[in-house]
Design a protein. Structure first.
Lengths: 137, 201
């Protein structure tokens, strides 16, 4: 059975073909690359000039795509998914976040304001910025 | 207070960007517009997926992060109450933050060395990162009306990040709990017993 799933990765939400099986999805390699930027190559999973070796390629790759849970595990990234509901969330690897924070470079972001207009941190480059995280709770 | 600081320090080069870690857009609008005693003129952004919490290692609110003209973090996330209304709970003298902020904006005095910034930065571990992914999945399931699956993923998030306020208190409205009621006091007690982790300085 082939179905579709929404893959949430950072600030992107991409619809992909996905086959639910047991507690995971299988996503065709080209669809997964379109959604995440990671491509399956002979040397492993690669994005830009970075490659991550794949220990057990037979377990990762099936006829109908890559096992999303194993894909995330290979990259050290958390994944939360609901195969039957057609939705998955890929989180960022803790090691990647730690490296980003250690660089002291403020992570880029773009979020909507109360009227739905997109605002980016970089809109205010060249000025001192105070980020103020708050909530109603 | 933030509006006052915005009006005072804006002409001297500071931009305040507020980011609400909230699922319910109507509630945020209500807080930032209808209920606000003053008209807010700084941008208020909406982060339903808690991307800011993930990327900056934010575990509670109200939290500020200071970023300089070149885009470098000069003060990592730390609790920064607007005033001392809840000082019994926060145990934070709010004026220290605002005084240091004025010195940074007006006089260019960096509040911390690079080593101090790194030492104070809350770093995510695998469990907290998994909890954030579970929470995010849960809120998307809730938006689809898939309540049972959503609650299961919220429960997974709660178990993985017992001391993260954005996960624990932040999910109370999604679980039908009152974030200012008994559920909050129960969480506060267990967090205090754990040594008040992740409160910054």
């Amino acid at each position: 059975m082939s179905a579709r799933a929404t893959l949430l990765d950072d600030d992107r939400a991409v619809e992909v073909r996905a086959t639910p099986r047991a507690d995971t999805f299988f996503v065709p390699a080209d669809e997964l690359e379109r959604a995440t930027g990671w491509a399956l190559k002979p040397e492993g999973l690669c994005r830009a000039d970075v490659c991550v070796p794949v220990r057990d390629r037979d377990a990762l790759v099936a006829d109908d795509g890559l096992d999303l849970r194993m894909f995330a595990g290979t990259l050290g990234r958390p994944v939360a998914l609901e195969p039957d509901a057609g939705i998955a969330v890929l989180g960022e690897a803790p090691t990647t976040l730690r490296g980003d924070l250690d660089s002291l470079v403020a992570p880029a972001f773009t979020l909507p304001d109360l009227d739905g207009r997109s605002v980016s941190l970089s809109d205010f480059d060249g000025r001192k910025r105070l980020l103020f995280a708050w909530a109603s709770w | 207070m933030w509006q006052e600081l915005h009006e005072e320090l804006g002409p001297q080069g500071l931009v305040i960007v507020a980011v609400a870690l909230d699922e319910d857009l109507d509630t945020i609008r209500h807080c930032a517009r209808d209920e606000s005693p003053v008209t807010l003129t700084y941008p208020v952004l909406v982060d339903r997926d808690h991307l800011l919490a993930e990327h900056y290692g934010i575990v509670n609110v109200p939290t500020t992060v200071w970023i300089d003209e070149q885009g470098r973090i000069v003060r990592p996330p730390a609790i920064a109450p607007a005033d001392d209304k809840f000082r019994d709970f926060t145990k934070v003298d709010s004026s220290l933050h605002h005084t240091a902020l004025r010195r940074w904006v007006r006089d260019g005095v960096a509040p911390l060395s690079d080593a101090e910034i790194r030492a104070r930065q809350e770093l995510p571990d695998a469990d907290v990162q998994q909890a954030r992914a579970e929470r995010r999945l849960a809120v998307h399931l809730l938006r689809r009306g898939d309540t049972d699956r959503a609650q299961a993923h919220l429960a997974a998030a709660l178990a993985l990040a017992p001391n993260d306020w954005t996960i624990q208190r932040g999910s109370m409205p999604l679980r039908g709990e009152d974030p200012f009621g008994q559920a909050f006091f129960d969480f506060y007690e267990s967090w205090e017993a754990a040594g008040r982790p992740g409160y910054g300085a």
